[in-house]
Design a protein around this ligand. Structure first.
Ligand SMILES: [Zn+2]
Length: 494
């Protein structure tokens, strides 16, 4: 067989995603039970979510509001009237024997989201439909060898299912789309984006075809992917599997697959040809969902700022480069912290905004990554960080000393402690702009490195960087780099 690289350029994958997102309403979709993930097993249950005969469901209005937010944010059309359906199937963790969902009339349909691609272009990914449904319970198989446990707390928890068009043509595009969905849900404050706890899960539909072909190949569906890594690994494993089949003259069959992260392989769990008909029929116990124009206007008016709007505002209001604005607003809470720092700045100007952004993107980000914490667990106050940013912009400390000061501030436990550390370290690292002092440093370094001076003078100009490094080191990062540069060139060119 030809190498995978050659094959990857010969074939084109076609990917669609079905994303299940748990809505963070306080109570379940059709009863008053709590949706708390951390409750003890089988404590958040009642006759409605367990499906006792005669128990009647009633729709949680908050679920409708939540799905409308997502629908409107993704430019979907909203149905004035939609109904619920029963999807019948036997499963031990769904005692009713059916799931309440929407089938023929999803409340939102025909929208899109734009994703940013590697080459800075954007691509529109179609959203076929978004509908409401309820979650099932959870079977736990790994406590006992000979029996399974069931927790019904999740039964009836409100979900929305977002079904995309098969518009993605690479693993990268699929993960970017999932990221964008997650980001939008979190911005709308309707889902916590937590894939580990299962509040965001994804199925992927995949087929491959020879590049340039119009006709779609036979697709398979990988179920229940619960992390970004799993999505990207599983989709690329499935693409490889399908290409190998086709290359060896076999056919891809219409299967449901599961992904095993241990051996990075997808395997068929059931053939879709044998898949049972779910026998959907209209749910007789729930009335039609009606959405008025006023309701839509009302939701639009309370819609929070969305990711693209935030990026645009950062570019226009704070004059941030758009790449910086993207990076900062990627995570809503991180952006919130940035805005608190900005509000603490005494001098509101572009330079301070940009410096604050730089400290966040580099130093703060590094601490979050190293400690594996989120910005909400980051302990340095916005006020202290604003003070640090202003000291850099005003030139009282250099950008490199700023890192040292930042690292010292991290040791402060309270606001007051951090402020004290900031003041002391600013004194310690205060930038030397005294040209006399800096010139003597420059001379010292040049004297110590006569070989390099000779090479510089016969044309090796890039050695300037070497000298600047030495001088900054000698000054413990305190020398004003601009003055160092000027004096260095002056002394070398003499
Ligand atoms: Zn209940």
């Amino acid at each position: 067989m030809e190498s995978m690289n050659v094959l990857n350029s010969k074939y084109e994958p076609v990917i669609g995603l079905e994303i299940h997102a748990q809505m963070n309403t306080a109570s379940k979709a059709f009863c008053g039970c709590s949706t708390d993930f951390h409750s003890s097993p089988n404590t958040n249950i009642c006759p409605v979510c367990l499906g006792y005969p005669g128990a009647l469901p009633a729709l949680n209005e908050m679920l409708v509001d939540s799905i409308l937010k997502m629908g409107i944010a993704t430019s979907c059309r909203v149905r004035e009237e939609s109904i619920f359906a029963r999807k019948n199937y036997f499963y031990p963790d769904l005692t009713k024997g059916y799931q309440i969902t929407q089938f023929e009339t999803p409340i939102c349909h025909g929208g899109f989201l734009k994703i940013n691609l590697k080459n800075n272009e954007t691509k529109k990914i179609g959203i076929t439909r978004i509908h409401m449904e309820e979650d099932a319970g959870k079977s736990i198989h790994d406590f006992h060898d000979d029996s399974s446990l069931i927790d019904f707390n999740r039964c009836g928890v409100p979900l929305i299912e977002i079904v995309s068009e098969p518009d993605m043509n690479s693993v990268d595009e699929a993960t970017r789309f999932l990221q964008k969905i997650k980001q939008t849900l979190v911005y709308l404050e309707i889902n916590d984006g937590n894939m580990e706890e299962g509040s965001l899960r994804c199925d992927a539909n995949i087929s491959v075809r020879i590049k340039g072909d119009k006709k779609l190949g036979t697709r398979t569906e990988i179920k229940n992917l619960n992390s970004f890594k799993n999505v990207s690994d599983a989709v690329s494993a499935e693409i490889k599997r399908q290409i190998s089949l086709i290359e060896s003259g076999e056919k891809v069959s219409y299967n449901t697959m599961t992904y095993n992260a241990k051996d990075k392989k997808t395997t068929a769990t059931r053939s879709k040809e044998e898949a049972h008909d779910y026998r959907y029929f209209p749910e007789p116990d729930l009335v039609k969902v009606k959405v008025t124009k006023e309701k839509i206007e009302n939701i639009k008016s309370i819609l929070p700022e969305l990711p693209e709007q935030k990026v645009m505002r950062y570019v226009t209001e704070f004059k941030l480069p758009s790449a910086d604005a993207e990076e900062i607003s990627h995570d809503k809470d991180f952006a919130g912290y940035f805005e608190r720092v900005v509000s603490e700045l005494k001098l509101k100007n572009e330079n301070n905004y940009r410096t604050a952004g730089n400290i966040l993107r580099t130093d703060v980000r590094k601490v979050l990554n190293d400690r594996k914490i989120s910005i909400s667990e980051f302990t340095v106050s916005a006020k202290v960080l604003a003070g640090l940013a202003e000291s850099v912009t005003s030139g009282s400390i250099s950008a490199s000393a700023s890192r040292e000061v930042f690292n010292e501030i991290l040791f402060g436990n309270t606001d007051d402690e951090q402020i004290k550390i900031l003041e002391n370290s600013l004194k310690k690292y205060s930038q030397v702009s005294d040209t006399g002092k800096i010139e003597s440093l420059v001379k010292k370094i040049l004297e110590e490195n006569p070989e390099e001076v000779k090479r510089y003078k016969i044309g090796e100009k890039k050695l300037a960087g070497f000298f600047v490094g030495k001088i900054m080191q000698e000054s413990k990062g305190k020398a004003n780099p601009k003055i160092v540069n000027e004096l260095l060139i002056k002394n070398l060119e003499d």
